[in-house]
Ligand binder design. Structure first.
Ligand SMILES: Cc1ncc(COP(=O)(O)OP(=O)(O)O)c(N)n1
Ligand SMILES: Cc1ncsc1CCOP(=O)(O)O
Ligand SMILES: [Mg+2]
Length: 265
């Protein structure tokens, strides 16, 4: 149930007009059943309204050339809508301190700060959101703890998992790996290509923002947009770029060039 007592379901939208009414009814019923079977979770769109998903920067200290905070500030100044801190060093104190600095820096920008993996750190540093994958707390568990307070993102490697995460209350999805990314994440899947985005869209519809992830650069961001993504989540092409501002703009332009006219999110 949403805050006003309404059950908000992913609905049919422009990209899915070819679906039959019967199929659509069954899909909505399935999602309603999943939500009903776990009444502690819901989804509300207000948290994602107005976010520019096109470039979702992931700052991973292990892949940053130069100073991490400086890089993050340059990304915010270049207009990234979301900046995730992905700190796999494993020391909560270190991640929390960096997270707090990012949250403070973001006050001057329109950037949302998301903490990867760690709900405790996200809450403690006042981040806007948390991102969880298959080995982290579940989206449903996070949603039960935070209610409407935080943006909650989940990782999906296939359309069925994507639908389950939406039903659990995910505000957005990271979908991949689209291209080769095992040098960054050793357990990333083999490249699935932008077709995975299209398959996820076909399953969940257009209401939930979906960012593609894995091996994305200005060379392939347009194809990810054309497949129906709301944005691209990127580590190496941003954290290792010589000119952060230029790299961000190139990615955004490449993404925009592949977008269908009139697509909102
Ligand atoms: C936006 C976004 N999408 C996917 C991931 C991957 O999350 P996860 O599968 O939990 O893997 P780790 O990044 O934690 O190694 C992500 N971080 N961000
Ligand atoms: C965290 C993650 N999840 C799936 S692929 C990946 C790594 C993405 O890094 P890059 O953008 O450098 O390929
Ligand atoms: Mg994770």
């Amino acid at each position: 149930m949403g805050p006003a007592g309404t059950l908000k379901l992913p609905g049919r939208s422009a990209g899915r007009r070819d679906r039959s009414e019967g199929y659509e009814r069954v899909r909505r019923l399935r999602i309603a059943l999943l939500q009903w079977s776990d009444p502690g979770v819901w989804r509300v769109n207000a948290r994602v309204d107005g976010i520019d998903w096109r470039v979702y920067a992931i700052v991973d200290p292990a892949f940053v050339t130069g100073d991490v905070l400086e890089r993050a500030r340059a990304l915010m100044a270049a207009g990234v809508g979301v900046l995730q801190l992905r700190d796999k060093r494993g020391q909560a104190r270190q991640t929390w301190e960096l997270g707090r600095a990012l949250v403070e820096a973001a006050e001057a920008f329109a950037t949302k700060i998301v903490i990867n993996d760690r709900l405790d750190v996200a809450l403690a540093c006042g981040a806007h959101g948390v991102h969880v994958g298959p080995h982290d707390l579940s989206v449903a568990a996070v949603r039960q703890v935070v209610g409407e307070r935080l943006l909650v993102g989940g990782s999906a490697g296939d359309p069925q998992r994507a639908a389950r995460l939406v039903a659990q209350g995910a505000d957005y999805l990271g979908v991949g790996a689209l291209f080769e990314a095992r040098a960054v994440k050793s357990d990333a899947s083999a490249p699935q290509g932008p077709a995975l985005i299209a398959a996820v869209r076909a399953e969940i519809g257009d209401e939930v923002p979906v960012v593609g992830i894995g091996g994305i650069s200005a060379a392939n961001a347009g194809a990810v947009a054309a497949a129906g993504a709301s944005g691209v989540a990127v580590i190496r092409a941003l954290c290792g770029a010589e000119d952060t501002g230029a790299a961000t703009r190139e990615l955004r332009e490449a993404f925009d060039s592949g977008r269908s006219p009139g697509r909102a999110g």
